[in-house]
Design a binder for this molecule. Sequence first.
Ligand SMILES: C[S@@+](CC[C@H](N)C(=O)[O-])C[C@H]1O[C@@H](n2cnc3c(N)ncnc32)[C@H](O)[C@@H]1O
Length: 354
Amino acid sequence: MTFTSPTRPIMHACASASSGGVICPLPAAHQPVLLDEVVDALTPHDGGVYVDGTFGAGGYSHAILESADCTVWAIDRDPDAIAAGAAMAEEFDGRLGLITGCFGDMDGLLAERGVTQVDGVTFDLGVSSMQLDQPERGFSFRYNGPLDMRMEGAHGDRPSAADVVNHMREKELADIIYQFGGERRSRQVAKAIVEARGESPITRTFQLADIVRSVVGKSRDGLDPATRTFQALRIHVNDEIGELGRGLAAAETILSPGGVLAAVSFHSLEDRLVKDFLKQRSGASPRPSRHRPETTDPSLSPSFTIPSKGVIQPGKEEIKANPRARSGRLRSAIRTGEPAWDTAPESNPGAPSP
Ligand SMILES: C[S@@+](CC[C@H](N)C(=O)[O-])C[C@H]1O[C@@H](n2cnc3c(N)ncnc32)[C@H](O)[C@@H]1O
């Protein structure tokens, strides 16, 4: 597979009724971030079994399958991503298994398929270019579409971004926009949303972007004022921080001794969660929580060791070729033979409210 993704989406005329025949983008292929580094960390071997918890366009899965005669179980909560992986599954002739679901449920999803131990687990967190560049998914303020943002698609049973902005209390909205988006004017944004929805329901991405832009000015770096609010809503709608906590704990359960966890995150909250989890599980921070006394309980012996490299970031070349890579952070760790801990990682590192 070649990743010839243009940095800008290809435009074409949409014929669908929902788009009204307007110009809209063809989703660009997703360019995997820190791909070589992730494969290096996993060091796939012949006969090994690996989990790609965030299949997307399959860049990680493809590289793992090419690097050894191994098996990959690829999970994605987006049914479109899994459907598009059928050709790759055929290419690798029985070595790629595709699963629609959340990586937080990975242990159960794999157990249903008779898999209880694996040699590596990787996560490439966030959304794919295909999701961002499809107006009807409602992730981006760059295109006008329904305000949806559910990774499972519009038929998922969780509330959409439109449900959130039209029904959530102002204070809670402000908290989410601040905590998950880092928006300093979160209170003003939440107030503007509540005022606007009093006039008419907020159902389109452009509508929300305009509301945000009415109270947040352009930053010096040229970032669209809507960026932080859209990011915050996406993280909330998909419970991305909660999912990551469950995914880390599930990986700890199914990794065999010597197995590798490799997680690439793009948001400081995610990176902090991965870092704290690994610090705790490797024994670098002695207590699982301040409510739990220090203990020599063998069930709390280090379940991971951290290689000396620590965090890995993309180099200049990669950032130049793929600007989305710039905030990527890879953390990896090696599973020990000790039992998995019975405590869930802190899934909400608790940023103060605005
Ligand atoms: C950044 S993309 C992954 C790109 C992939 N590494 C590649 O090379 O094409 C993230 C993907 O993970 C999926 N995803 C995000 N959170 C998930 C979760 N909790 N469980 C399963 N899939 C998830 C998204 O639907 C999206 O397709």
